[in-house]
Design a protein around this ligand. Structure first.
Ligand code: KG4
Ligand code: ZN
Length: 400
């Protein structure tokens, strides 16, 4: 199945074009455009700005993706008046996008694809709509069905790709079920029981902040730039090499709660209080670099210890045959190595580094999974698809 995919759930605009079947995948093209620079001065993602950036970058990035994929071209479509009007209406809130897209489509042949996969939740609804409306517009012109994809299922699907840089055909990876997945991102921290693709039960989740969010907040407390996760990880790694200790220790909330849930806001508050106390002890009220490193290390240790402990418990309770790690925080080396050396866990698979953050390649693979386990999700009429900001992995609904 040949799929074009679109991801706009947060601050990455991304397109991919793949050909995938039960055993193999060929990545014809994959482009990710991050808006980190745009949002850095706000210290987080600013939804209306993110939406504007997606709309501005969508057509150039789509054009680049199709050109790179260089598939056998079909006919250049004649855009009938009613389709023209439909697209103008669909994209009326995205300034300039309708005209830009129509001009592009009128000049370029229809690519040889079977479906368009698009993220429709969870995420920021204003930005999700940009991708969804674009998918609907392309579907109208090319007469191509649309598969709505759950972003978190996308993170799971990233584990099926062995080497996202590889352009030659590669084997599609597989795992024995039941599997336990730990999904860790800026908005989610979930332990998921996977009985099969499409059969997900969330067996543990954060009761407050997501783990990536906690990394970002602690980074801010330490005066580091957004997104803070990689910065905190860098300081923590330095502290480990130089055996720098934190001036205070941090709690491991809910470690013995008896369930599979997490809490990270208490650790973050303890970091804030610890930093304030530490500042009072110095004449200039500033934290030394060594203290910053030590605190980053203690924070990372506290978070990783909680995640690993609950992961172990989940695997033993459900008799997991494989353990999967994905999402933005799966880029954290300390978390990855702590899971990999753990003897209590079944074989551990980690998403390839390039696919830990948000990307359209994982959305394409998830689109293919969905088409297989539930063909009713291949929509020849995509008009019912809506953005659902809080869509759960357990749901298959496409409207609010
Ligand atoms: O999955 P993702 O790219 O976006 C969401 O869907 O949320 O995850 C982004 C999150 C951010 O909070 C970022 O700080 C965190 O992943 N992150 C990290 C690392 N790299 C990214 N957290 C800890 N260590 C890292 N190396
Ligand atoms: Zn994500």
């Amino acid at each position: 199945m040949k799929l074009l995919s679109i991801e706009t759930s947060c601050d990455e605009t991304s397109f991919a074009l793949i050909n995938v079947d039960d055993t193999e995948v060929t990545i014809h093209a994959h482009n990710i455009l991050s808006q980190v620079d745009v949002h850095q001065e706000y210290g987080g993602v600013f939804p209306s700005l993110a939406k504007r950036e997606h709309a501005r970058n969508a057509v150039p990035l789509l054009a680049k993706t199709l050109a790179e994929a260089n598939l056998r071209a079909g006919e250049t479509p004649r855009i009938l008046q009613d389709v023209h009007e439909q697209i103008t209406k669909l994209l009326e809130r995205e300034e300039g996008l309708a005209d830009e897209l129509l001009a592009f489509l009128a000049k370029n042949p229809r690519p040889d694809i079977d479906a368009i996969a698009v993220t429709h939740g969870p995420g920021l609804e204003p930005t999700l709509w940009v991708g969804i409306n674009l998918a609907k517009a392309l579907s109208a012109v090319w007469q191509t069905p649309v598969i709505p994809v759950n972003h978190m299922e996308g993170h799971l699907a990233s584990l099926l790709v062995d080497d996202p840089e590889q352009r030659a055909t590669q084997k599609l990876l597989s795992f024995p079920f039941p599997a336990i997945a730990l999904l860790v991102s800026g908005g989610h921290t979930e332990l998921v029981l996977i009985k099969d693709w499409g059969e997900y039960t969330i067996i543990g989740r954060t009761v407050d902040d997501a783990v990536g969010e906690a990394f970002d907040k602690v980074a801010r407390l330490l005066g580091l730039s957004y997104p803070g996760g990689p910065e905190v990880a860098r300081l923590a790694a330095q502290a480990r090499t130089e055996t720098t200790e934190s001036p205070f220790s941090l709690p491991r909330p809910m470690l013995n709660s008896g369930d599979l849930n997490f809490s990270f806001s208490g650790i973050k508050t303890a970091v804030r209080n610890g930093i304030e106390n530490q500042r009072k002890k110095t004449s200039d009220g500033l934290l030394s670099d060594a203290h910053k490193q030590g605190i980053a290390r203690e924070f990372e240790d506290a978070v990783v210890e909680t995640l690993v402990t609950k992961a172990e418990r989940a695997c033993s309770e459900y008799g997991a045959l494989s353990f999967l790690l994905a999402g933005g925080v799966a880029a954290n080396r300390h978390l990855v190595s702590s899971l990999q050396v753990n003897n209590e866990l079944p074989p551990v698979s980690v998403a390839p580094l390039l696919l830990t953050g948000d990307n359209a390649l994982m959305i394409a693979v998830a689109g293919w999974l969905r088409a297989n386990y539930d063909p009713s999700l291949i929509l020849t009429n995509p008009s019912p698809i809506q953005a659902i900001g809080n869509l759960s992995l357990e749901e298959r609904r496409i409207t609010k």
